[in-house]
Design a protein around this ligand. Structure first.
Ligand SMILES: C[S@@+](CC[C@H](N)C(=O)[O-])C[C@H]1O[C@@H](n2cnc3c(N)ncnc32)[C@H](O)[C@@H]1O
Length: 217
């Protein structure tokens, strides 16, 4: 760990603030990219393409989608990987988001959604898109602890590995204070050290962001 573990109370407070932030988004814009605070579907899906590089599509697998929003990843999988057998579990801190997802995907027997910050099941893979970007007015120290706790839960509940993305630092300055930006080395080293994992950094997909593929040894 990079510091003391956060108190349960501090983390619960943080989760509640994040949940409220995204609840407002989905209440304003519905189950759309704007409803999960993304500007558009093409870049939302470009992130999915990177995260899914972790998965071996030649065999059926199970997948935990941490911070699933309204389940846009499920729509993408159904289109891009049609016919593949994937057992999907989406989890999100925002109950309003999960209600939208359950409504949207009520006919899918291979998908489930729960309100949670850590998966109740172990899956082959876990992924999280965009959950570490908007830190609002939380301190860097608390945000770092939130990321550590979330990564630890993803590690424990993933058999083969997990994938996450981050905003990269801006070339000419710090940028908006409510956004969390960090160089790839920090969390790469952390995952190698804490989880004994093999980490691949994907940073060449044309965005000021990158994706870490964290594979269990
Ligand atoms: C930027 S949105 C992205 C949604 C979805 N991954 C996508 O790309 O369409 C982030 C979502 O993650 C949820 N979230 C953030 N941190 C979380 C955590 N630790 N556990 C579960 N959900 C989380 C938020 O409530 C929000 O719905």
């Amino acid at each position: 760990m990079t510091g003391h573990p956060p108190s349960e109370q501090a983390l619960a407070g943080l989760h509640s603030v994040i949940g409220q932030y995204y609840t407002q988004k989905v209440e304003a814009h519905g189950p759309t990219p704007l409803g999960v605070d993304w500007p558009c579907q093409p870049t939302q899906e470009l992130r999915f393409v990177q995260l899914l590089r972790l998965c071996d599509f030649s065999a059926p697998f199970s997948l935990n989608d941490v911070g699933c929003g309204y389940g846009a990843l499920l729509a993408f999988l159904s289109r891009r990987h049609k016919g593949k057998k994937i057992s999907y579990l989406g989890l999100d801190l925002s109950a309003a988001m999960i209600t939208q997802a359950q409504q949207l995907w009520r006919k899918r027997g291979d998908a489930e959604f729960v309100v949670a910050s850590a998966s109740p099941r172990v899956a082959d893979y876990s992924m999280a898109s965009g959950i570490f970007n908007v830190k609002l007015n939380h301190s860097d120290a608390l945000w770092t602890q939130f990321i550590e706790t979330t990564l630890a839960a993803m590690h424990t509940t993933s058999r083969l590995g997990f994938a996450v993305n981050f905003l990269a630092p801006l070339a000419g300055g710090v940028g908006a204070p409510e956004l969390y930006r960090v160089a790839p080395g920090f969390w790469t080293t952390y995952c190698e050290r804490e989880f004994g994992a093999e980490v691949q950094v994907l940073d060449n997909y044309g965005m000021r962001e990158y994706t870490l593929l964290v594979r269990a040894h």
